[in-house]
Design a protein around this ligand. Structure first.
Ligand code: AKB
Length: 317
């Protein structure tokens, strides 16, 4: 019987991943932790404990005591926030990863998921249909930490047999828990402002194309990667995951089809410089081939659902 630990269960990915995993593995077998309280459904539907991944002794103790076999470590400072506190962000992102790699090595929790990001690419990477293996010179602290993390994950697999698995997430779009401090966050904020005010001031330029994915697709694919047989995995760093690419202007047009009066103005801030170094679209054919990555949401389907769910959440449904 698998016993699964999700670190970062109060965050954008964690709050949905915990519920999806509990449906598959049973409520009592999925342990949620974070340094802050998660949404009520995460807290109420199964075990939850406040736990700081930076505290190695407590982490290892938790894993051993609960006979954990798999860990999803989602704790991270995202790209925009990391640029404000570079050294602290580096310490947090790397220590969180190294602690889970070491805990995996020293315990039975050998299977480890850790999210990488499209931020591993940089200004010298081909921007269109970015290949799995290519030039990688990220120039943000978040991107540098993600690239270093991929290398460490592969190292722990080769050297110690830790079953490390990862994907390079594009921007993730969801209605349950809002992201915080990322460069792709505009693609979530825009829906809240469309419903609340009918207008939005975007912090990226209108023609900045970036890869994005609806959360349901991201969760399904993450679990699929974790459930695939190890013999299928030709990579032990992180798989490209493309999703759907669009610009703020294209997303605004989709929203306008359902909310005709909606307007967007553009006032790029420091996150524009980050977005300018990331791919416009990436090639995920290796993930499709190795473990069957598939997606079900295009921009139209995702926009309709986001508007409906955000309106419900804000009591404007
Ligand atoms: C961010 O914008 O920092 C994240 C990411 C793409 O990793 N959403």
């Amino acid at each position: 019987m698998e016993k699964i630990l999700v670190i970062g269960s109060a965050g954008q990915i964690g709050s949905e991943l915990v519920l999806a995993l509990r449906k598959i593995y049973g409520n009592d077998n999925v342990f949620a932790t974070d340094i802050k309280n998660p949404p009520q459904d995460v807290k109420k539907s199964g075990p939850f404990q406040i736990l700081d991944v930076l505290d190695f002794k407590n982490l290892l103790h938790f894993i051993v005591r609960n006979k954990i076999t798999q860990v999803y470590n989602l704790a991270a400072v995202l790209s925009g926030n990391a640029e404000k506190i570079p050294l602290q962000a580096w310490d947090i992102n790397m220590k969180a990863l190294m602690n889970t790699l070491e805990a995996a090595r020293q315990s039975d929790a050998k299977k480890l998921f850790w999210p990488s990001s499209i931020a591993v690419f940089g200004p010298t990477t081909p921007r269109h249909n970015t290949p799995q293996l290519t030039v990688m010179e990220p120039n943000t602290v978040y991107g540098i930490s993600k690239l270093a993390g991929e290398r460490w994950g592969e190292y722990y697999f080769n050297r110690y047999g830790v079953d490390f698995r990862s994907v390079r997430y594009p921007g993730l779009i969801s209605y349950k828990t809002e992201p915080g401090g990322g460069t792709t966050d505009y693609a979530v904020e825009i829906f809240y402002e469309a419903v609340r005010k009918g207008k939005y001031e975007c912090f990226l330029k209108e023609d900045t194309a970036l890869p994005m994915m609806f959360m349901e697709d991201a969760i399904d694919n993450t679990i699929k990667l974790m459930e695939t047989g190890p013999e299928n995995l030709s990579l032990r760093s992180a798989y490209n995951m493309a999703g759907i690419s669009f610009t703020p202007e294209e997303l605004a047009e989709e929203i306008k089809k359902l909310k005709p009066g909606f307007t967007v103005t553009y006032k790029p801030d420091f996150r524009q410089a980050i977005a300018d170094t990331w791919p416009a679209g990436i090639d995920d054919s290796i993930a499709q081939r190795d473990w069957g990555l598939t997606t079900h949401y295009d921009i139209k389907k995702m926009t309709a659902l986001m508007l409906e769910k955000v309106a419900e959440k804000l009591g404007k449904g």
